[in-house]
Design a protein around this ligand. Sequence first.
Ligand code: HEM
Ligand code: HEM
Length: 196
Amino acid sequence: MTSTHNPGPVSGPSPAFPRYSRTAQALHWLTSLLVLAVLPLAWVATSLARDAAAKPVLFQFHKSVGLTILALVVARILWRTFNPPPPEVSEPAGLALIARVSHWLLYAVFLLMPVSGFLLSAFNGSTTQFFYLFPIPGFEKNEAIRNLFQSVHRAGQWAVYALVLLHIAGTAWHVAIRRDGVLDRMLPEQKPLIRG
Ligand code: HEM
Ligand code: HEM
């Protein structure tokens, strides 16, 4: 039996269904993948013994992935400025506001984390080996400033955990309960399963 009651985006190409542009989607999912990498790299690197051979290597990868996230987030914000996203989905006003605020907080925190990380490393006098391709030199060591950015970076991780969890829970709610195609807005258009 063919479904007649599902006008949703997965039922076929629908020019009336607005999506994020391919570029916005690619930048979003690439950032998400790198976030999945940057956190475990930090957790393992900080947990290893001071003299463990892998520790500095994991830190170089943590810092390199973190700086890549910074570049992607800046690119996303610039892209968004010139290519506005699709109109917000209709939902109760309070929830729409939470979604909007949490998106801007995600951008803010994913700027704050790499910037504070870089400054904490740089004021430690450390060089970042960007994926061991080229060095990004640090500054003259300044312990007071390093400690300040270390506190910001350490505290900031809690904002990352809270916002990412809220974001994924919100997506799960849209997918499983509201079934309003919000995730499809962040995915490429699907080919219809049945033609003709
Ligand atoms: C999205 C970006 C980033 C995230 C989410 C992130 C997250 C984290 C987390 C969760 C920790 C463990 C903190 C702890 O010990 O409690 C950490 C530590 C650290 N991160 Fe990042 N980081 C990011 C980017 C960077 C960048 C770009 C750099 C440097 C270029 C950096 C340098 C460091 C350093 C040096 C530490 C050890 C700090 C310490 O002594 O506690 N991070 N980061
Ligand atoms: C697997 C995890 C993730 C899922 C399932 C997911 C899902 C989504 C979906 C469905 C949207 C579209 C919302 C809408 O149409 O209104 C969206 C937007 C967004 N996501 Fe994610 N996301 C994930 C990870 C992340 C991460 C790690 C970040 C952090 C950088 C992030 C940042 C954003 C932002 C800022 C927007 C709003 C885009 C804009 O309008 O400018 N997402 N996400």
